[in-house]
Ligand binder design. Structure first.
Ligand SMILES: Cc1cc2nc3c(=O)[nH]c(=O)nc-3n(C[C@H](O)[C@H](O)[C@H](O)COP(=O)(O)OP(=O)(O)OC[C@H]3O[C@@H](n4cnc5c(N)ncnc54)[C@H](O)[C@@H]3O)c2cc1C
Length: 331
C-alpha cells in the first residue's frame, strides 16, 4: 500500500462524463486536483454501456456517438494534463474526515490526502458482469478477459467472444482482421446492436455460435482453453477450443459504498444543497450520483452542476480568490 504524501486541493471520485468535465473545470480554477476512476478507462456509462449510441441532447454537441463525446471530454481534460493527476483502475473504498477538516481516501493501492472531495460516481463502481460458470480465476487476464487493453495482444489468436450486445459485436469486428479466427457465442439468435453493425458482422468471417450458453471453461495447456457449450432450450452440446475468451456481458454497478462514507442518501442518491455540497462540509456531489428537488439524470444537467460545485469549493478553499464569470485562454 502506497501512502501519497501530497495534499490535493480536490479529489474527484468517478471519471464519467460529469467527473471528467468537473476535473477539467477544476484545472481552469487552478486547483491541485486528482481524478480517481475505478475502471481502466475514463467515460463512465457512456464509454461502458453505449459508446455507439447517438447522443442528441448535449449542448453544443451535434448528434454524434457516445465514444465521440468521451473523446472530446478527454481532449478537453488533457489540456490540463500537466497539472492534474488522473488515476484509472482504482476504486475509492473509504473517505475519512480528519480532525483538521481534510480527508483521507483509500483505494486498494493507495492512501491519499485531500482538502475536498467531489463525488461523481454515477450509480456506483462499474464491474464487468462475470461469466455465470465456475472457472479458475487464475485464468483472468491471461486467457479469460473482460477488457481489451491492447488489441495487438490478440493478434494471430483464436478468440471466442461471449455476448450479444454492441460491445461484443464491436470487439468481434475489431479483432477479426488481426485474429486467427473469431467465434461469437450468444444465447440467442438475435443480437442487441446497431443494425449496421449486425450487417457487418454477418458479412464478416466471424463464426456465429448461437443460440448457445457457456457451461464450462477449462484450461488444457496442451490444447488450449476448452469451452463447453449447450444449446439454449435443448440438450445439444458442443466444444470450442480457443486461445482466449473475451467476455462482454455488460456491467453491474453498486453505490452501497456511499453509506459506508457516512453520507446522507435519499433513494440511494446523495443529497446535496444548492452549492452541490453534501451534509459533510468539504464533500460535494454531482451527476447521476446526487439528488435535489428537480434533479434530472442527464449529462447536460451534470455538466451544469460541475461549475456550481467547483466554484463554490474553490471559494471555500481560497476565500481570497474572486469568483470567475467566464473562461479565458489557457496558457
Ligand atoms: C443506455 C443509456 C443511454 C443514455 N443516453 C443518454 C443520452 O442520450 N443523453 C443523456 O444526457 N444521458 C443519457 N444517459 C444517462 C447518462 O449516461 C448519465 O446521466 C451520465 O453517464 C452520468 O454521468 P456521471 O459522470 O454522473 O456518472 P457515470 O457515467 O455513471 O460515471 C461514474 C463513474 O464513476 C466511477 N466510479 C464509481 N464508483 C467509484 C469509486 N468508488 N471509485 C472510483 N470510481 C468510481 C464509475 O466506474 C464510472 O466510470 C443514458 C444512460 C444509459 C444507461
Amino acid at each position: 500500500m502506497e501512502f501519497d504524501e501530497h495534499l490535493y486541493d480536490l479529489t474527484v471520485i468517478g471519471g464519467g462524463p460529469v467527473g471528467m468535465f468537473a476535473t477539467f473545470y477544476a484545472g481552469m480554477r487552478n486547483l491541485d486536483t486528482q481524478l480517481i476512476e475505478s475502471l481502466p478507462e475514463l467515460g463512465g456509462q457512456v464509454a461502458a454501456l453505449y459508446p455507439e449510441k447517438i447522443i442528441h441532447d448535449v449542448a453544443g454537441f451535434v448528434p454524434a456517438r457516445g465514444a465521440d463525446l468521451v473523446e472530446n471530454l478527454k481532449r478537453q481534460l488533457f489540456e490540463f494534463k500537466d497539472q492534474l493527476a488522473i488515476r484509472c483502475g482504482e476504486e475509492v473504498t473509504a473517505v475519512e474526515k480528519q480532525a483538521d477538516g481534510t480527508f483521507i481516501l483509500k483505494t486498494a493501492h493507495r492512501v491519499t490526502h485531500t482538502r475536498s472531495v467531489l463525488v461523481a460516481i454515477g450509480s456506483g463502481a462499474f464491474a464487468p458482469r462475470p461469466l455465470a460458470v465456475d472457472y479458475d480465476h487464475q485464468l483472468d487476464n491471461r486467457k479469460v478477459f473482460y477488457f481489451v487493453k491492447r488489441v495487438a495482444d490478440f493478434a494471430d489468436k483464436e478468440i471466442a467472444i461471449a455476448g450479444g450486445g454492441d460491445a461484443a459485436i464491436d470487439w468481434a469486428l475489431t479483432l477479426e482482421p488481426i485474429a486467427k479466427k473469431v467465434h461469437l457465442i450468444h444465447r440467442r439468435d438475435k443480437f442487441r446492436a446497431l443494425e449496421a453493425s449486425v450487417e457487418r458482422l454477418k458479412a464478416s468471417s466471424v463464426e456465429l455460435v448461437t443460440p448457445y450458453n457457456i457451461k464450462q471453461v477449462v484450461d488444457q495447456p496442451a490444447a488450449g482453453l476448452v469451452i463447453q457449450l449447450q444449446v439454449a432450450k435443448g440438450d445439444d452440446q458442443q466444444t470450442l477450443t480457443v486461445d482466449s475468451l473475451l467476455v462482454n456481458y455488460g456491467f453491474t454497478s453498486d453505490n452501497r459504498v456511499l453509506k459506508k462514507w457516512g453520507l446522507p442518501l435519499e433513494r440511494r442518491s446523495l443529497v446535496v444543497d444548492e452549492h452541490m455540497q453534501t451534509a459533510v462540509e468539504g464533500i460535494y456531489g454531482i451527476g447521476d450520483a446526487v439528488t435535489y428537488p428537480g434533479k434530472v439524470k442527464l449529462i447536460s444537467a451534470g455538466f451544469g452542476e460541475a461549475p456550481t460545485a467547483i466554484n463554490h469549493l474553490a471559494e471555500a478553499l481560497y476565500p481570497e480568490r474572486k469568483q470567475p464569470l467566464h473562461s479565458t485562454a489557457i496558457a
